[in-house]
Write a new protein. Structure first.
Length: 258
């Protein structure tokens, strides 16, 4: 597997960060694990963690409802921007939409509920040195001022592992972990890592993309163990190169572990 992935990395037209880790055996492959990338929607994994930490502490109830306001609506991915204002959705609905459809309205509403500083503090406490939530989704003015969201393959591995193993920082019960993983498994954006995976494979994941950036990262549940897969790409002349790279890595990993 590692030789095949190395071969694809050598041919890749762009910059990539890759990690493959078998949580059961400790088998580990990494390339450029500390390279910093624009996070795109991968940052939503950090927001999800902060939300469920608050749920564990009883500060937030997933069944509580909030209304979608006109001022909440932003462009980009998602469906809430196209639905009627004053629609009442649950906090869990926001979390689910943020992940499975990468809904930017849901994401920004959760950032408001959770507080950006709190999300970043949790990220730091977890040991994620390269990850920062600097702006809301679709905040073009902040981006013009050089404020953006960033992460690395190593940090992305850390947060995915926190969904599988409770820690003093993550503070997630097994029931909460199951809810998070169920959301990831319901992912609807499946044109990258899972595209060439065999039918019947269970893979919970989150994608992200920007011009010149194509990410996909998640957990493959196989007979050989829980396999964390992280693929981050940037400096793409054509985004299709990043998508194809994700496709191939997903195929190689599942062929090895199925």
């Amino acid at each position: 597997m590692t030789d095949k992935i190395k071969n694809e990395i050598e041919k890749f037209k762009g910059t990539c960060g890759v990690i493959i880790k078998n949580k059961n055996t400790g088998e580990y492959f990494e390339y450029n694990e500390e390279e910093v990338f624009p996070s795109a929607s991968i940052i939503k994994l950090s927001i999800l963690l902060e939300l469920f930490k608050r749920v564990e502490r009883g500060e937030i109830n997933l069944k509580d409802r909030v209304a979608i306001r006109d001022e909440d609506k932003v462009g980009g991915f998602g469906i809430l921007k196209d639905l009627d204002s004053e629609l009442n959705v649950t906090i869990k609905d926001l979390a689910t939409l943020m992940i499975i459809l990468s809904d930017n309205v849901a994401t920004n509403m959760l950032i408001d509920i959770l507080n950006m500083d709190s999300i970043n503090n949790t990220v730091k406490d977890l040991g994620m040195k390269d990850t920062v939530l600097g702006r809301k989704m679709m905040d073009g003015e902040a981006k013009k001022r050089g404020i953006d969201n960033y992460t690395s393959a190593k940090d992305t591995l850390i947060i995915l592992e926190s969904y599988l193993n409770s820690s003093k920082v993550a503070e997630l019960s097994s029931n909460t972990q199951d809810i998070i993983l169920d959301i990831l498994i319901k992912q609807q954006c499946n044109n990258k890592l899972p595209l060439l995976m065999p039918k019947g494979i269970i893979f919970g994941h989150k994608t992200g993309d920007l011009p010149g950036v194509e990410h996909d990262t998640g957990i493959l549940f196989s007979k050989e163990g829980d396999i964390v897969i992280v693929v981050l790409t940037k400096d793409l002349i054509d985004n299709s190169d990043g998508i194809e790279f994700n496709n191939i890595v997903g195929k190689i990993v599942t062929e090895y572990y199925r």
